[in-house]
Design a protein around this ligand. Sequence first.
Ligand SMILES: Nc1ncnc2c1ncn2[C@@H]1O[C@H](COP(=O)(O)OP(=O)(O)O)[C@@H](O)[C@H]1O
Ligand SMILES: [Mg+2]
Length: 239
Amino acid sequence: MISKGFIRELVLRRDEVNSFDEYPYNIPAVRQLDHLPLHPSVTYFVGENGSGKSTFIEAMAILAGFNPEGGTKNFNQQLRPSESQLYEQLQLIRNPKREKTGFFLRAETMFNVATEVEQGDYAQYGWANLHVQSHGEAFLWLMQERFGSNGLYILDEPESALSPQRQLAALRIIHELVKQGSQFIIATHSPILMAYPDALLYWLDGDGLRKTTYMETEHYQISRDFLNNTELMLKHLLG
Ligand SMILES: Nc1ncnc2c1ncn2[C@@H]1O[C@H](COP(=O)(O)OP(=O)(O)O)[C@@H](O)[C@H]1O
Ligand SMILES: [Mg+2]
């Protein structure tokens, strides 16, 4: 059965924001946010560095019950609090169906997640020691062995660990999990990872946040042009 997703919409309670001139409310994507529908399968947040993707992703993850540093809902280590207060005015509108499992992955704090797994004696629950695998191997292991059906998965730039081949593998796993009722919310720069067709894609920039399509993203167009005209583009770029 195709899932209708767990989280249907994101709402910013604008009347509770003191000032839209201060971080994180001054981020253009937040400043003009009101209601934002999420896709029942996959929702992407794509945009330039600093456009607010992580701020959004993190607030959603906290509201969904994850530790801001990442992991499953049972992880609670926090080495350096750095989350913004956005979650206090943001609200997740849920569907009646609740997720059975889930994971919040941030590329920046994957190391801390691995440390919690190692120190927290997770081996007894079938966890591999993520510290003795490469970053990419550890991430793919997590997806294959620890992601499951009816899960909520919030991922912030997972591609930083993954070779192109493994990004394809990740896309395939996402597809399998979506068919088993899982929902994904993903911030990414990867023209491979953002290609899942049954998805909603939001573009964040200095003007705010808007719906777009895969082939309209700069990420797709620049990658395509570069691969199709590598010599010409290098000549323009390097003179
Ligand atoms: N603790 C903070 N205080 C002030 N500004 C911040 C803080 N953290 C991030 N920012 C700013 O908020 C903006 C959005 O950051 P972020 O959500 O990390 O962007 P992205 O993930 O899209 O690269 C950036 O301009 C960043 O400099
Ligand atoms: Mg980020």
